[in-house]
Design a protein around this ligand. Structure first.
Ligand code: NDP
Ligand code: GDR
Length: 323
């Protein structure tokens, strides 16, 4: 039986990936960090079907212990301090978890289960102030935040373990992907959640940052399939995963408010504090290699994604108000 260890299983991607692997009959072990309250909201439906173990990317011995006990055949490293603005306020923590955490895990794998296949959650934020449009596997990195810098480290240490130790270690350079399970602080979910609040009369305005930023947004459910596919190949390799279409934050607002019959211009205000010290202005993927070599293609387009998220938040809000 294939055994998968997922770090970051309580996050957006961890929950979708765990569901996918369960469908494929994997034994799924999820690593969670200790907290005083339970953070299992996203995995509530599958909690009885997976094994949950405590561990932390800060703590090498917890990683070694998990690998020794479960001997996973695949390890997906999804855990990270993943919110870009927080990385300016907590740059050292971001480096510890998002960068050095990758080395801790790779080193533990090298010592305990060197034949295990390893997936690193790399990010389009590594392209930052882009040196090429669209961005592909060979595009040089120019990260613009401590988060982007930490992810570039995680990317290269993964490549380095592959080349130094002959490990099956790969990096998926994923562009933004969203879902109704997205954290509330990320822009798509912030907008869908607040559209539902405004439509239900709970607030009047929505303060936003840079509406001109452009991102290549896809659906998280599609992207976890690419992670799995990358570990099934004969040879380890890195892939850019995205839709190849870019949209502005303004267009996101227009579509999300439009979904409930409102005009975003009547509600969205500008808040200087939400602008970033250094912005990533334009991201757009060239997913040709993923399509031709991996056979991966996104199934959900941007408008369907926005509709899915707004509809889910409208339902959640209506249910909450009924209570
Ligand atoms: P989330 O922020 O939703 O999830 C992050 C996960 O990491 C959570 O489970 C969190 O646990 C866990 N975590 C944080 N710190 C630690 C730690 N010290 N030890 C162990 N676990 C920890 O992220 P996503 O699901 O959106 O993203 C998954 C990965 O993919 C991340 O590495 C992210 O940087 C990367 N990525 C994401 C993209 C996206 O658009 N979503 C695009 C490209 C890359 P807890 O629940 O306790 O907070
Ligand atoms: P990002 O996602 O930084 O791309 O990182 P986020 O949704 O936070 O921002 C996208 C763009 O929207 C602009 N923006 C705002 N963003 C937020 N959060 N809140 C606002 O009010 C707001 N107004 C405008 C931002 O300036 C930015 O340009 C995400 C994370 O999931 C990373 O972990 C991942 O690596 C990358 O995507 C790919």
């Amino acid at each position: 039986m294939s055994v998968a260890l997922i770090t970051g299983i309580t996050g957006q991607d961890g929950s979708y990936l765990a569901e996918l692997l369960l469908k494929k009959n994997y034994k799924v072990v999820g690593m969670v960090r200790r907290s005083s309250t339970v953070t299992f909201e996203r995995i509530a439906d599958i909690q009885d079907d997976i094994i949950i173990e405590q561990g932390d990317l800060h703590d090498q011995s917890s990683l070694v212990d998990l690998l020794e006990r479960y001997e996973p055949t695949e390890v997906y490293n999804l855990a990270a301090q993943s919110f870009v603005p927080t990385s300016w306020n907590q740059p050292v923590l971001t480096g510890e978890v998002t960068a050095l955490g990758v080395t801790r895990l790779l080193e533990a794998i090298r010592q305990v289960v060197p034949r295990a296949r390893f997936y690193q959650a790399s990010s389009s934020e590594m392209f930052g102030k882009v040196l090429e449009v669209p961005q592909k596997e060979e595009t040089p990195f120019y990260p613009r935040s401590p988060y982007g810098v930490a992810k570039a480290y995680g990317h290269f240490i993964t490549v380095n373990y592959r080349e130094s130790h002959d490990m099956f270690a790969v990096s998926g350079i994923l562009f933004n992907h969203e879902s109704p399970r997205r954290g509330l602080e990320f822009v798509t979910r912030k907008v869908s959640h607040n559209v539902a609040r405004i439509k239900h009369g709970l607030q009047k305005t929505l303060p936003m940052g840079n509406l001109d930023a452009q991102r290549d947004w896809g659906f998280a459910g599609d992207y976890v399939e690419a992670m799995w596919m990358m570990l099934q190949r004969e040879q380890p390799d890195d892939f850019v995963i995205g839709t190849g279409v870019t949209q502005s934050v303004r267009r996101l607002c227009e579509l999300a408010f439009g979904r409930v019959g409102l005009d975003y211009k009547d509600f969205v205000t500008s808040d200087e504090s939400l602008f970033r010290p250094a912005e990533v202005d334009l991201l757009i993927a060239d997913p040709t290699k993923a399509k031709t070599t991996l056979g991966w293609e996104p199934k959900v387009d941007f408008e369907s994604l926005v509709n899915m998220m707004v509809d889910a938040d409208m339902e959640r809000m209506a249910a909450k108000l009924k209570q």
